[in-house]
Design a binder for this molecule. Structure first.
Ligand code: SAH
Ligand code: SF4
Length: 371
């Protein structure tokens, strides 16, 4: 299995920074470029942003007072105009399989969930798998309302800032006393409904001034917002992209993912073909197998055609029960293995995701905001 897809769950560009300076006054709403622009506006030397980032992201400074190599006047101004309010873990649960789920409280009291998935090596020296994957949330809640997803049912509270997304990774790294090796933006929320902050967070995670995680170890998962896919295709970094497909026929997709009705499959397919051509990178299509809903041969045939057209890899996800009510009950398909064989026989590179953290409701789609 590909290391970026151990568990399904879920970044700021130049454009966002110009906005964040005017409208936000909290350090965690900023990305690196925003901080650089702010320091320039305050007539500070160009390396100041780097120095402050290192304190916040690498040295875990609790506040500006700890940043002893900054001039006292700057520390005071920062404390007043750009308060640094770290997220705190209000709750932490540990799964039988060592997955940890955190409920993090942000400065305004909003809570988001973050999941940490350690490699099977358990951290002892000499063991093969020293990975530590963090699944971060890009929004508190989600507005898109996919019927199989607990986050979607709760609705959207608000989008997160770039630093708030990166902060989730810092908290996990501190808790494990280990370096985080992979990040997936697959937690609560739709990252491309919060594109600038998501990209800013990915850049923070990628930057040697902050987390220094290789771009290929950073994955963003979208439900298929076409404008975001087009923007990511134009970014210079090699970030990975996963797309939650779940149905390759329009009627079924509209039913399962009602928030995506304005983003037709034909346009999604074109966007992915274009993404592949411009970035040279292979996309992963996520498909949660639902019994008697999207696991018929005709559904898989449509999926194979979609994957072939977009040269994508398919990642089959077991359905994690979220107690769906109202839109008819959903249950996991018993046909995962057959489905994988069917797709492989059709020439599609296919993997099956092993669910982690199910016993603590930390698996895909189970993040509802109440650890
Ligand atoms: N909003 C983004 C990222 C967060 S959802 C997206 O939809 O891609 C992360 C992944 O978990 C997506 O692939 C989503 O479809 C999947 N997921 C949601 N609910 C699930 C469930 N109940 N069981 C299994 N996977 C689920
Ligand atoms: Fe939102 Fe993704 Fe859940 Fe759909 S699957 S409701 S887009 S978080």
């Amino acid at each position: 299995m590909r290391n970026n897809f151990v568990l399904g769950i879920g970044i700021t560009g130049l454009q966002s920074c110009t906005v964040t300076i005017d409208t936000m006054q909290d350090f965690l709403s900023y990305d690196l470029e925003g901080l650089r622009l702010l320091m320039a506006a305050w007539d500070q030397p160009s390396w100041r942003a780097r120095q402050i980032s290192a304190w916040v992201w690498q040295r875990d400074a609790a506040d500006y007072a700890a940043m002893t190599d900054l001039p006292a006047s700057l520390r005071e101004r920062l404390a007043t105009e750009l308060p640094l309010r770290r997220a705190a873990a209000a709750e932490r649960r540990v799964s039988r399989d060592a997955t940890r789920k955190y409920l993090l409280r942000l400065a305004d009291g909003v809570a988001v969930e973050t999941v940490a998935i350690p490699g099977t090596g358990g951290g002892s020296s000499g063991s093969a798998d020293q990975r530590l994957t963090v699944c971060v949330s890009s929004q508190a809640g989600c507005a898109l309302g996919c019927v199989f997803c607990a986050t979607g049912r709760a609705g959207l509270t608000r989008s997160l800032g770039a630093g708030e997304i990166a902060e989730q990774v810092r908290v996990v790294s501190e808790d494990f006393s280990r370096v985080v090796t992979n990040v997936v933006v697959m937690g609560q929320g739709e990252p491309f409904a919060n594109y600038d902050a998501t990209l800013g967070a990915l850049r923070l995670l990628n930057s040697p001034e902050a987390f220094n995680i290789g771009a290929r170890h950073l994955t963003v998962s979208t439900s298929g917002l076409i404008a975001g896919i087009a923007r990511l295709a134009a970014e210079p970094e090699q970030f990975r992209l996963a797309v939650s497909l779940h149905a390759a026929t329009q009627e079924l997709r509209d039913r399962l993912m009602p928030g995506l009705r304005g983003q037709p499959l034909t346009a999604l397919r074109e966007a992915l073909i274009d993404y592949r051509a411009r970035s040279g990178r292979r996309v992963s299509l996520e498909y949660v197998l639902l019994r008697d809903v999207n696991d018929h041969e005709s559904d898989l045939d449509a999926l194979a055609n979609f994957a072939r057209a977009t040269q994508a890899h398919v990642n089959l996800l077991p359905y994690n029960d979220t107690g769906t009510k109202g839109s008819g009950s959903l249950s996991p398909s018993a046909r995962t293995r057959e489905a994988a064989e069917f797709l492989r026989a059709a020439g599609i590179e296919t993997s099956v995701r092993r669910s982690r953290g199910e016993d603590i409701a930390a698996a895909c789609g189970q993040l509802a905001g109440s650890a």
